[in-house]
Design a protein around this ligand. Structure first.
Ligand code: SF4
Length: 402
């Protein structure tokens, strides 16, 4: 998946992770033969802790960049839905990838209503068993918090019935600890890749995040820890001179596994991606504090983090998404933001304008790219990104670089 050579030094654990992803479907198929069940999940609020504690195998569903799947999905769901949703419908209908044929249940949270509609469509047309987790629109109000606790209790009861197991506090505690360590490791890797002379780049870390959509979570943590240990031992990669490439942060709609059009363009034009706040990237792993091994504490922890853009945050001056974005720009020493929105992704499209205004006011270069999975707009995007990176380079030259 990673097409850019990052280092003169080979990171051996990265290759192990890639091999583990290749081996994973066969492992899951074998586990199913032993009676384990597989739950595909989508969006932002489904707590994997619950799935792990109930001994079901979680798989995060969705791919990007495949026009054919978009066309297939568009036969079942309105073409006014984003291409990710249409591609996911196509994926779940076709069942030609290694994971969808293995799913016993599709769990979906209703943060983005297009994903909620997806669940209805695949249940109706392809007979998936689905489970919906309601998400409050007033997520900061006490009523919203009470609603989400209640929703998660119902969701848990339905999962218990599905899995034939009762949620045990000790197992929930172990799952919370496991996922907390995974999040911590991923944050370490994000920080690491943003440094000068790192032996991994952002693209590698993004690929590692996506590996975690599929791998056994305990095995995944072991690999992450092994990778971090390896990186600490490796000599710095001095093959690139720091400060010569514009440092770009990617925000906006998700970039799902396989959606590499924009990434390729930025890298081909000499941009260095140093961070993201995508929900298929870093955003899912930030700021989840679960105070106790209970379903209520899970609900509180998930609801308190930076909200998904599909949830209405009416006061832009206190919007924690913007606050977090600024914090991440500083943390990764980003010099510019490329905001990527998928066509018909209303949540992020409408947020892009206000985000741009705020960052521009603070002197931050910001480029909005609206795209879909077709290749027809590659040249147009390339031209815009090229001009944008040139602008950032000129600013850096004027400022004397970083
Ligand atoms: S947030 Fe946007 S990209 Fe994500 S599922 Fe909803 S509409 Fe699609």
């Amino acid at each position: 998946m990673s097409r850019t050579a990052t280092s003169v030094t080979k990171v051996t654990v990265l290759e192990k992770i890639r091999q583990a992803v290749i081996d994973r479907p066969a492992q899951i198929a074998a586990a199913k033969k032993q009676g384990q069940k597989v739950v595909g999940w989508l969006n932002y609020f489904v707590p994997e802790e619950l799935l792990l504690a109930l001994d079901v195998i979680p798989v995060r569903v969705g791919v990007g960049g495949d026009e054919q799947l978009v066309d297939i999905g568009g036969r079942y769901i309105s073409t006014k839905n984003c291409v990710f949703v249409r591609a996911a419908v196509g994926l779940l209908g076709e069942k030609k990838d290694p994971y969808t044929p293995l799913l016993d249940l599709l769990a979906v949270d209703a943060s983005c209503l297009q994903v909620f509609r997806l669940a209805e469509v695949v249940k109706y047309y392809f007979k998936y068993e689905t489970l919906i987790l309601g998400v409050p629109r007033s997520f900061t109000a006490p009523e919203g918090q009470a609603y989400f606790r209640h929703e998660l209790q119902d969701f848990t009861a339905a999962l218990e019935k599905f899995s034939g197991r009762k949620l045990e506090q000790a197992k929930l505690k172990a799952a919370i600890e496991l996922l907390a360590k995974i999040r911590e490791s991923l944050q370490y890797l994000y920080q690491y890749q943003s440094q000068d002379y790192a032996n991994l780049n952002w693209r590698d870390v993004f690929e590692i995040v996506h590996a975690g959509f599929y791998l056994d979570r305990a095995e995944y943590l072991k690999l992450l820890q092994e990778l971090i240990a390896e990186l600490k031992e490796l000599p710095e990669d001095k093959s690139k001179i720091p400060g010569t490439e514009p440092r770009v942060f990617i925000s906006g709609s998700q970039l799902s596994p396989g959606d590499v059009k924009l990434i390729n363009i930025i890298e081909d034009l000499g941009g260095k991606i140093v961070g993201d706040d995508l929900w298929t990237g870093l955003a899912s792993y930030l700021d989840i504090q679960i105070a106790a091994p209970t379903v209520d504490a899970l609900a509180d922890g998930y609801l308190a983090r930076v909200p998904h853009a599909a949830l209405p945050y009416l006061n832009i001056s206190t919007d924690s998404r913007i606050k977090k974005l600024k914090e991440l720009l500083g943390r990764f020493r980003a010099q510019a933001v490329i905001d990527h929105t998928l066509r018909y992704c209303d949540p992020y499209t409408f947020k892009a304008g206000e985000t741009k205004d705020i960052l521009n006011n603070e002197g931050f270069p910001f480029l909005e790219i609206h795209t879909e999975y077709a290749s027809s707009d590659i040249e147009a995007i390339r031209t815009r990104v090229e001009a944008f990176l040139e602008l950032v380079r000129t600013r850096n030259d004027v400022a004397g670089g970083i």
